[in-house]
Design a binder for this molecule. Structure first.
Ligand code: SER
Length: 341
């Protein structure tokens, strides 16, 4: 019996998974989507999925079972503990974020060896891979390039930065001393996402969560205490543009890619600027500021913006939404409908 060519998504019940499954299913309804997550898939996603495995990326027996059943041609490895959550359980974060990624790279390598074609492996890294030492350096640095300030302060950021290297190792140097060449079976492709804001879901356990939390709370008519200073600034992106970027990077001819890891940006508002567009849309919004000095410290260590020229040149990164349109034409109208506000 031949195994079916398929796509595997880990962490499929999370925010990116939710948006990605819908787009993948629309793009190619005949290609089975297999998902792996500890949590059950929301009903909307489940309708588009051929096999929703309930379990952990640390369960290698489960991964071997999927390997035997499917000829996976693309892996979207989205499962992770985000930055705030990881600071409360660093050892668990390392297990999930690093060992879990190693398991998935091994899975992709074995898949590639068994069906003979490279497995395209999408890995979402993050602006958390950067670490600016102080606000003066952050202000002077402006748009940070991929290879600058790679000194993350968080467990999550360290995990992401290391896994970028692991992916490059599997793609180019895997078992380089073996008699036969076995590398080249994992086609590793990675972006460093900025904070993502979706109209349909809210994140959990991240440090950029103040932006999506503020807008969802305002639409739901709930008070919100923002945990960063008004001047806090990091890059953000609307979820549809994040999924577009995944599609563009995965569709790019390998030969066009000059890097394994790409910065991608869209807009970079301060918390005060976000608050002011949210207030303009929801004049009754109750937004206050109660700075959490420790989470603020993490945001301060992330760049104010990123230099994404390589992504634009190599594979056509071109977010449709700037700050105005992300809120004006995507977030505010969709969130209003969602909460009936
Ligand atoms: N948005 C993520 C977080 O805040 C960063 O990748 O953890």
């Amino acid at each position: 019996m031949s195994r079916k060519p398929s796509v595997l998504i880990t962490g499929a019940s999370g925010e990116i998974g939710h948006a990605l499954i819908a787009r993948l299913a629309a793009a190619d309804p005949d290609r089975p989507i297999v998902t792996l997550d500890l949590n059950p898939l929301p009903a909307a996603s489940a309708a588009n999925v051929a096999h929703a495995a309930n379990g952990s990326i640390l369960d290698t027996a489960l991964l071997d079972g999927l390997l035997a059943q499917y000829a996976v041609e693309q892996v979207y490895h989205l499962a992770a503990l985000l930055s705030t959550r990881s600071e409360f359980s660093p050892a668990l974060a390392h297990k999930v974020n690093v060992e879990g990624t190693l398991n998935m790279l091994e899975f992709a390598q074995k898949q590639g060896e068994s069906h003979g074609r490279p497995v395209a492996f999408f890995y979402p890294s993050s602006i958390a891979a950067f670490g600016l030492p102080d606000l003066g350096t952050k202000a002077r640095a402006g748009k940070v390039a991929e290879d600058e300030h790679n000194v993350p302060t968080t467990m999550y950021g360290a995990n992401k930065l290391y896994c970028e290297h692991l992916g490059r190792y599997y793609a180019r140097h895997y078992k380089q001393l073996a008699a036969e060449t076995v590398s080249g079976k994992v086609d590793f492709r990675c972006v460093r996402f900025p904070g993502l804001i979706s109209a349909e879901t809210v994140p959990s356990g991240g440090t950029s969560d103040y932006a999506p939390e503020m807008i969802h709370a305002a639409a739901a008519g709930k008070p919100y205490a923002c945990f960063v200073r008004p001047d806090a600034r990091i890059p953000f992106m609307a979820m549809p543009d994040a999924v577009d970027a995944i599609f563009r990077l995965m569709a790019a001819p390998r030969a066009r890619l000059t890097r394994t890891v790409y910065n991608i940006g869209a807009f970079a508002p301060s918390a005060a600027e976000i608050e002011s567009v949210v207030r303009a849309a929801f004049p009754r919004a109750e937004i206050t500021t109660t700075v959490d000095v420790k989470r603020q410290g993490i945001v301060d260590s992330w760049p104010a913006d990123v230099d994404d020229r390589a992504a634009r040149a190599d594979w056509g990164h071109a977010p449709a939404h700037d700050f105005g349109s992300a809120f004006g034409t995507y977030l505010i109208p969709s969130i209003r409908r969602r909460y009936g506000a």
